[in-house]
Design a protein around this ligand. Structure first.
Ligand SMILES: C[S@@+](CC[C@H](N)C(=O)[O-])C[C@H]1O[C@@H](n2cnc3c(N)ncnc32)[C@H](O)[C@@H]1O
Length: 292
């Protein structure tokens, strides 16, 4: 493929797009642009304004390798090694879920409360259960300058990535990565307990889109037999770590609103708010402790 790839940016972009389109990739224009810009270091403006600008042969080889991986089905952000989330660039690693735009709904859902808490108390302590790349915690820290967050995960690889992301974003001083099986090693009380837990029923994992099934870590996806195991743990144990006026916000699968609401209701919570994602699917539930 390298022999066929032209060295000038404009024709290179076109050839990359045609290569991905021919392979049936869903959005060849976007993916080819991301790959060419990332490996060449050229900005979007440069690629448009200076189409004749040449890239080196090592850059061409890197682009060729990336296109091969994309053609073989690897998601483009796994190839780039990062994904944007809530305006933050987050590095990925083998055991981090690729953060999804749906999860930005969770950040939007708790942000007003986190801001109000910070304003009222001069602090806002956040616990992010199953932090992965750190997406939820770091987005909230980025938006609430006095907030602090603890991100826990069962995966040491994910925790190292989350801590690295926090440092790279200048949020390292306010983020703590903690290795824990849900609440096992957690201490203290939090104003916000947030989680995007694994919520796919085990039997459905095999039917997921290839890009998800083959490249996202199964530990980040598998929510047990009915997909609800993590919600049972969170609902049962969160109260001991929640400030009196605190909120628990969870992302859910789009069919799980009633079941997850029921699990939290049985554990003494009321549903404070339900939010849909951009596609209009039920996606985020926010709970508070039922008043005695
Ligand atoms: C769906 S991913 C969410 C990652 C990240 N919060 C996001 O929204 O992009 C779920 C995360 O939960 C973690 N996890 C799975 N089981 C866990 C457990 N028993 N205790 C703590 N974390 C767990 C996984 O490693 C994974 O990082």
């Amino acid at each position: 493929m390298a022999d066929q790839l032209p060295a000038a940016l404009g024709p290179l972009l076109r050839a990359a797009r045609e290569c991905l389109a021919a392979a049936g990739i869903a959005d060849p224009a976007l993916d080819s642009r991301l790959i060419v810009e990332h490996f060449s270091g050229a900005s979007r403006t440069q690629a448009i304004a200076q189409p004749e600008q040449k890239v080196s042969s090592s850059v061409l080889s890197a682009i060729e390798a990336a296109l091969r991986r994309r053609v073989a089905g690897e998601p483009v952000h796994r190839i780039l090694g990062y994904r944007e989330f809530y305006g933050l660039r987050l590095s990925l690693s083998p055991e981090t879920l690729e953060p999804r735009p749906d999860t930005e709904t969770l950040v939007d859902a708790v942000l007003p409360f986190a801001r109000a808490t910070a304003e009222r108390l001069g602090e806002c302590r956040i616990l992010d259960l199953g932090t992965g790349s750190g997406a939820i915690a770091l987005a909230l820290l980025g938006a609430v300058p006095v907030a602090t967050a603890t991100g826990i995960d069962i995966s040491l690889d994910a925790l190292a990535t989350a801590a690295g992301n926090a440092r790279d974003l200048g949020l390292g001083e306010r983020f703590k990565a903690l290795h824990s099986n849900w609440f096992e090693k957690v201490s203290g009380r939090y104003h916000v307990i947030a989680s995007n837990p694994p919520y796919i029923p085990t039997r459905d994992i095999g039917n997921l889109q290839d890009e998800v099934r083959d490249f996202d870590p199964h530990r980040a996806l598998d929510g047990g037999v009915d997909g609800l195991d993590p919600y049972r743990v969170i609902a049962a144990e969160a109260a001991a770590f929640l400030e009196a006026q605190g909120k628990v916000a969870v992302e859910i699968g789009h069919t799980q609103k009633n079941e997850v609401s029921g699990i939290f209701a049985a554990a003494g919570y009321t549903l404070n708010a339900a939010h849909c994602d951009l596609a209009g699917n039920d996606r985020v539930l926010v709970f508070e402790r039922r008043k005695p």
